[in-house]
Design a protein around this ligand. Sequence first.
Ligand code: FAD
Length: 449
Amino acid sequence: MSSPSIVWFRDDLRLADNPALRAAIDRDEPIIALYLLDEESPDMRPLGGAARWWLHHSLVSLGERIAERGGQLILRRGAAADVVPQLVTDTGAGAVFWNRRYGGPGRTVDADLKASLRDDGVEVASFAASVLFEPWTVTTGSGTHFSVFTPFWKACQALPSPRAPLPEPRELAGPGRRVASDDLDDWALLPTRPDWAGGLRETWEPGEPAARARLREFLRTDLDDYSRGRDEPARDVTSRLSPRLRWGEISPYTVWHETVETGGGAKFLSEVGWREFAWHTLYHFPDLATKNLRPEFDAFPWPRLEPTHLEAWQRGETGVALVDAGMKELWHSGIMHNRVRMVTASFLIKNLMIDWRHGEEWFWDCLVDADEASNPFSWQWVAGSGADAAPYFRVFNPELQREKFDKHDEYVRRWAPEHLDGGAPEPIVDLKASRNAALDAYEKVKRTP
Ligand code: FAD
């Protein structure tokens, strides 16, 4: 009698460099590949709309790739604490493997499940796959975690190099009989009525093969220009790998090694390092999306929310060109260039004086790379309340940023041409006066001991 191995896929929708999958292959029993849509475990953050769109297509791709190798991707929905043990019972599985996650609610689910499955005599093992350095392996001299990026990244680089990526399996034999699976369409991850995903379809092809192709193309054609051009939103020289890394269609180990092999890419890898830093920060501060990392910011006197301002920002109708262009890029394509993310976030927080959490939630809903760690981490970075954050008094001037990084208005022309042909609304705030008001409010934080 066979005793299948369950591989529980989560934010690692790939076959290459997947240690949980490798462990199942090495166990040499039939493999049951599982993806579980868990919106029921306590405190699990529901996915945003753009993320759901991406997940749907990435699962289609993963399912096809598993089927091509002789297996089947089983889809189930519910709380992991119920679904996984049930699947073990239904299939007689003898082992469950997964790659580790580092957000608070996920860690609790995984730890409880590991203990209860082991109590039932099931083999369970978990692996490092989504970060290059696990949070507990990088510590300061006094054993605490880092709160500043530069020494953090230095400490990471002093550790042994990340392991080499694992090869992609050619065969994945299933249990020989069909295991019941949900129909992906029943999960209704795609928007209907209205179908707002046209821009996402135009922009992206989710799935592991496209992720691998994009990395190769980036390294071949854009890496040399990366350091110089990465701040100019009209130049497509950044990797656009963020949703691929978010969903684990490509592993950071693959990114690391293929980049190192080019003999360059230190600046690019340090950006991947910011991703690591965000995950480490979330690990040590699980409430990152809701609470100021620096508690003195709790004293910040946010004025009463002005809903028309929030809406104008969301729609890209603030009358400020670079902000509007960024917000329209986001709405259309589920992504926004990093420089413009900083400018739009600063504008919301410091010119409109709207609490960063409102912006974080909007990005969470609209970004295809919306990430439990990087999104709140970056919002708090802009707000000044986060780890190694930009000081609050650094207020990006969106007009100067436009002059500096979009000199020829290429980006604004692409996303908000109304600003060039006179059809844009008047700015909803005076940049100078609102900046001064924000700085006055910040005095309160400074006075908080
Ligand atoms: P590249 O420049 O090619 O960088 C390579 C990879 O490094 C990226 O794919 C990404 O995984 C990582 N990376 C780069 N910059 C950062 C950064 N500052 N912080 C963390 N990781 C980084 N990134 C997300 O992946 N998900 C988010 O939800 C997210 N929300 C953000 C919100 C705000 C307000 C800001 C200012 C930044 C946010 N970022 C987020 C970080 C950054 O903007 C994106 O990672 C980057 O724009 C993705 O483009 P790229 O893949 O071409 O990046």
